[in-house]
Design a protein around this ligand. Sequence first.
Ligand code: SER
Length: 343
Amino acid sequence: MSEKSVLVTGACGEIGQALVQSLAKQGCRIVTADLAPLPETIKSLPAEHMQGDLVNRIKVFYDYDFDVIFHLAASLSSKAEVATEEAHRINVEGTMQLLLLAAYKSEKLKKAVKFLFPSSIAAYGFPDRETKHAAGVVKEDDWNSPHTMYGCNKLYCEKLGVYYSRFYGQRHLDPHPPTMLDFRAIRFPGLVSAFTVPSGGTSDYGPEMLHSAAAGKPYACFVDASTRISFMAMPDAIKSLLMLMDAPRECLTSQVYNIAAFSLTAGEFRQRALGAFPAAQVTFEPNPRRQGIVDSWPEDVDDSLARRDWGWQPDYDVERFFNEYFLPEIKKRYQKTSTRTIE
Ligand code: SER
């Protein structure tokens, strides 16, 4: 069992709920933070919950000595685009406050606090669909010109994390440099959970379509059928965070890593949904703004750096994702509804 003391912000979100469950199994001492009260899925786990605005309540967290901080709280891409100032406050100011906390504690306790940051494919930005298609699979340093507030926030916070962990106050130039925090970021593709439904993001059409099909509800997809980005099963996302947390620092040649699992078009998602739920009603009604956002994101990402440095490998390719994770779980969840619909 682990004796690690861990903070998880955004604990009520999709990644948060799944991550807290895994950390609890490892026996970590967990503090959760979120604007909302903890949902049923994690409420009974041994975690101390801080409900409220992270930026306003940051002082409270100085009373703890965390070994690891998973800073998941964020305003996702579609939501951030309609409330840009609020998104900046949540995505940038919240991150900045926690980085300062981690930097302070690392220096004071002479032990590097690990700071795990979920970045995103939104950090990339293509000028148009043709360029996106021609680029295909992208590496971490390619096409870093995000079109969205969320993408700008994520890319900037990656830079802030690198700054506070390596150059903060130019401390690294001291003859005896202090201990700096240990910042590690993963650029996630669209994530799909069988247990939760996302909100506020733009990759949401994938999970929304599948959950609707399983529940027997009609779904109008807000991007067109040929739209392609990369996706990943939620258990793989959690696995990647835990792997990167445990990776020996000397093996890491970067502080920001792509990870990939499978890349699908929205039309292929529909085919899969129909294959499993023949009565599913999925239509395409592209929303120009949301279509534009997804068109600026890569079709797929090159995760060879993560594979080489910390042994990353997804458990779920597209076949295993549907057949061994998503469909068995979702059929249990929506059994009654889907049976009625198929009849
Ligand atoms: N899932 C995120 C979003 O759609 C992208 O990282 O905003």
